[in-house]
Ligand binder design. Sequence first.
Ligand code: SF4
Ligand code: SF4
Length: 70
Amino acid sequence: MAKNWYPIIDEDLCINCNTCVNFCQHNVYEEGDEFPIVINPENCVEFCRGCGKICTEEAISYFGDKSIKE
Ligand code: SF4
Ligand code: SF4
């Protein structure tokens, strides 16, 4: 359970390549028409940044990420 940590996709940056959907082994994402949908945020592994690192558009940030500067 990791409700304090899950990915948020920037809909303006995302090109819907689905790399993140295919990368994540925890069934967090589902393919969407315009961008992936975070269907199971509770499945996300706390402090994992795997999908964010492979996103070429840097479209993924994380709820709960205190390193993000406003
Ligand atoms: S990897 Fe990045 S650009 Fe590709 S679908 Fe995921 S969020 Fe969008
Ligand atoms: S952060 Fe890790 S566990 Fe969470 S959606 Fe991305 S790849 Fe999956």
